[in-house]
Design a protein around this ligand. Structure first.
Ligand code: 13P
Length: 246
């Protein structure tokens, strides 16, 4: 399976900075690994157009469970698709923590986005106190069960799951490859139970302080199919290195 590197730019970069990134990125990107970018939604069109020139897919960092209507400030998954957006990240820990998104609420968003034929990157992960009290697998297991509840097997084809331990996000503390692999293997087993025909094929991304100097070891793990990257995706040279194009 081709490895997938997804840039989550969070609330960073103005329009000029987005253009500048592509000016540099497109010179060296070979496509040996797939690269997707989720800018702020206001730059989605820009990133779709620049991405087209170098085979990079664009998506958003959140969307609504509704398709249209009186939902001030929300992003319609249907309109993301109409613009040729490729994917949506749902359930990032920053959305769970700062915007009170719950796995139950996310379940509605996941189902709607999949129905609109977007790829969904559904994020799960434990906090430090949860890890220290040996609750990692039960927390991640609940997030999988609730967030992916009652989904038809057919829609699972467009599903990607990202494991992002909250304590590793933006902290410079990466999970060790063995710690990440243990949770990925658990997620794989849960997905296989839920979706017997697709569980094996669902891509699993690791996120949390992925950097050029640790990416190869992480991607070398059996159940790690790619990375979801914040800080190190903002600089074109670092993101190129993660994509294997130094
Ligand atoms: P960092 O790569 O900055 O730790 O962020 C990870 C992340 O939150 C990606 O979604």
């Amino acid at each position: 399976m081709t490895k997938l590197l997804v840039a989550n730019w969070k609330m960073n970069k103005n329009a000029k900075e987005c253009f500048d990134f592509f000016e540099e990125f497109k010179l060296k990107f070979s496509g040996k690994r797939s690269a997707w970018i989720a800018p702020q939604a206001i730059h989605l069109n820009l990133v779709i157009n620049e991405g087209k020139k170098c085979n990079v897919m664009a998506g958003v960092q959140n969307c609504s469970e509704f398709l249209s209507g009186a939902y001030t400030g929300e992003i319609s998954p249907r309109n993301v698709k109409e613009l040729n957006g490729h994917f949506v990240i749902l359930g990032h820990s920053e959305r769970r923590q700062y915007f009170q998104e719950t796995s139950k609420h996310l379940n509605a968003k996941v189902k709607t986005a999949l129905k609109e034929d977007l790829k969904v990157i559904y994020c799960v992960g434990e906090t430090l106190p949860e890890r220290e009290s040996n609750q990692t697998l039960s927390i991640v297991g609940d997030q999988i069960q609730q967030g992916l509840n009652d989904m038809s097997e057919a829609t699972a084809d467009n599903l990607i799951v990202a494991y992002e331990p909250v304590w590793a996000i933006g902290t410079g503390k990466t999970a060790t490859p063995a710690q990440a692999q243990e949770v990925h293997a658990f997620i794989r087993a849960e997905l296989k139970k839920k979706f017997p025909a697709f569980g094996e094929k669902i891509q699993l991304l690791y996120g949390g302080s992925v950097k050029p100097d640790n990416v190869e070891e992480l991607l070398g793990q059996k159940d790690i199919d790619g990375g979801l990257v914040g800080g190190a995706s903002l600089k074109a040279s670092d993101f190129l290195a993660l994509c294997g194009d130094k």
